[in-house]
Ligand binder design. Structure first.
Ligand code: SF4
Length: 348
């Protein structure tokens, strides 16, 4: 018999199982009959789904369903599973404050247990500037005060800025929202320290703030100054490949936190005003394979901004952000290229 993975097999994250059991217990008191629980995980945490489901079944009398569809953010709640459940536990992300649809959702942020202090201390020599802003993902927000202390002990002034209303914690950034890096407070920062792994978030912070970003990876203690020149060259190539496009397909995702139909309409209108053909494609999950049937010269993405970037080489035609599309049309200068963000009020 296959052994179910246990939570201790990956002790680097906190799955807050006590809070999960307590919530189920609370709901069961208000309900006659069994509590129906939905579980949703991002791709990297799905390996824990069976272990968590079996723990819930063992400790409570709840009936458990697991969402198996791809999930990359809190923007992507499994609406069907929410309908069928008394509560959905959504792991790995902070709430996006999307209103009533989150009433039946409990966000388990799955914070990292990695100690950030070694990486921060290693980053200090790379930060000669006086006033440093700190940015991170939700997995490390609980360690921002420890990071602040290390920088202050090194004589720095530290700013941990609030983002807009889509952002749950000061200093937190998303792949589609760097508002904590370009808020009024952040204007006073001379440079940023980004705590986390991967380069997408710090690239977004650097381009949107136009400030230097030093990255500190708490998992490896690697520190380095972010260089986004290669990224800009890749995006320039994509824009160049779309320069002669006559037919555009505009991607709209129906996912709750990615839906930007008004933006898609305005892109379509702009394209038509320039004598181009432009069609709006509605879909839930956006993937390169789904685009094969649509013989567009270029796509414009209004869904998750990461889609145009992360998988750009896998699409059958160039995939532009809305801002890159404006450059193709000649309505925006190259030097005004910014990252696409879904900011407060940016959804329909
Ligand atoms: S839109 Fe993309 S970057 Fe933003 S929360 Fe969703 S998955 Fe993350």
């Amino acid at each position: 018999m296959t052994e179910l993975p246990t939570l201790t097999s990956d002790s680097s994250y906190d799955f807050e199982m006590k809070a999960v059991f307590d919530e189920i217990e609370k709901i069961s008191k208000t309900k006659n009959g069994r509590v129906v629980v939905g579980l949703q995980f991002p791709e990297g945490l799905k390996k824990h789904a069976l272990g968590i489901a079996s723990l819930i079944e063992e400790k409570t009398s709840a009936e458990v369903y697991i969402s198996a569809d791809p999930c990359f953010g809190a923007c992507d709640l499994d609406m069907r599973l929410i309908e069928k459940s008394d509560i959905l536990f959504h792991f790995g992300h902070a709430e996006l404050k999307q209103g009533a649809i989150e009433n039946k959702v409990k966000f388990i942020e799955t914070r990292s247990k990695a100690d950030v202090s070694k990486a921060i201390a290693a980053a200090v020599p790379l930060l000669p500037e006086q006033t440093i802003g700190i940015l991170t993902t939700v997995q490390h927000v609980h360690q921002l005060e420890a990071a602040r202390k290390i920088l202050e002990d090194a004589g720095k002034t530290v700013i941990i800025s609030n983002g807009d209303s889509r952002i749950a914690y000061p200093g937190q950034i998303l792949g589609c929202n760097f508002s904590a890096a370009h808020s009024d407070d952040s204007e006073n920062c001379d440079a940023f320290l980004y705590i986390g792994s991967g380069q997408f978030h710090p690239i977004g912070a650097a381009i949107s703030s136009k400030k230097r970003v030093v990255c500190a990876d708490p998992f490896t203690a690697d520190v380095f100054e972010l260089n986004y020149r290669k990224f800009l060259m890749q995006r320039s190539a994509v824009i160049g490949n779309a320069a002669d496009a006559e037919t555009f397909c505009i991607i709209v995702s129906t996912k709750n936190g990615q839906y930007r139909k008004t933006l898609a309409d305005s892109i379509q209108n702009k394209a038509k005003a320039h004598g181009k053909d432009a069609f709006i494609l509605f879909m839930d999950f956006v993937s390169p394979d789904q685009m094969l049937s649509f013989k567009a010269d270029a796509f414009v993405n209004t869904a998750c901004p990461r889609l145009a970037i992360d998988d750009s080489g896998r699409y059958p035609a160039p995939v532009l952000t809305p801002q890159e599309f404006e450059i193709v049309l000649g309505e925006r200068e190259w030097e005004d290229l910014v990252m696409d963000e879904i900011l407060e009020g940016g959804q329909d």
